[in-house]
Design a protein around this ligand. Structure first.
Ligand SMILES: [Zn+2]
Length: 234
């Protein structure tokens, strides 16, 4: 009890002298603001795609693997706001930001396509990577989405087998080969005839998500929808 009180005391003291800053402009946040100040919030580059089957993410998978609905919350441009946000989520352990992105994206989806799905499944990180980072950013995004859409998030059905090296400097073929065999489904009976929303942080070439969609459909899923925090043009 004493420890809890003391850490709370120091936290409050810390907040008093070092108030929380907006993750984009670094100006101090006011009490009602969460992570992003009101000014930056208005400038978020939301995709605002209205058609879940006719948009750039859908086109990434066209002719490769059949997907149901698709979408992304933000557009990624080099040097833009989305880049800052993803950096904060991936390298500064800002789990709450990923969670909130999910909540905000759910609000957007509820206004447009109202997805009807049975489960949300985040693209898994390898255990070693998750240990390094402390959490899976796609899982936090999924939790935010799930809480607002009232859909359960399931992390145990899709697993990553091998440790893959970072994808950034590889060609499309190398990336595809690198991820094609690393995902496995456990409990396929739970996925039979289910509609699944697969989520990840960014979609660019779509190699990782394509591999996941494939194993989920092979396991008997009826339909797999694909949604991400951000869409980056290749
Ligand atoms: Zn700001």
């Amino acid at each position: 009890m004493r420890f809890v009180l003391r850490s709370y005391f120091f936290k409050s003291l810390h907040r008093l002298f070092y108030p929380k800053a907006c993750v984009i402009c670094r100006l101090a946040l006011i009490k009602q603001e969460r992570q992003i100040c009101a000014y930056c919030l208005r400038k978020l580059p939301k995709t605002r795609w209205l058609n879940p089957q006719e948009n750039p993410v859908f086109n990434v998978f066209r002719g490769r693997v059949p997907i149901g609905h698709s979408g992304a919350f933000l557009v990624f441009r080099s040097g833009g706001i989305t880049r800052k946000l993803l950096h904060e989520i991936k390298y500064k352990d800002n789990c709450d930001l990923a969670l909130w992105m999910g909540e905000m994206y759910a609000d957007e989806l509820l206004q447009t396509s109202r997805p009807q799905v049975d489960f949300i499944i985040p693209v898994p990180l390898h255990r070693r990577k998750q240990k390094q980072r402390g959490y899976n950013q796609s899982e936090a995004f999924a939790e935010g989405l799930g809480s607002k859409l009232s859909v359960p998030v399931c992390t145990e059905f899709l697993q990553r087998r091998a440790f893959t090296q970072t994808q950034t400097r590889k060609s499309r073929w190398e990336r595809w080969r690198n991820v094609a065999d690393v995902f496995v489904v456990s409990h396929p009976e739970e996925l039979k005839n289910k509609i699944i929303m697969l989520v990840d942080d960014v979609v660019t070439t779509g190699a990782t998500m394509e591999a996941c969609v494939r194993v989920l459909l092979n396991a008997g899923a009826q339909r797999v929808d694909v949604h991400t925090i951000a869409y980056a043009k290749e």
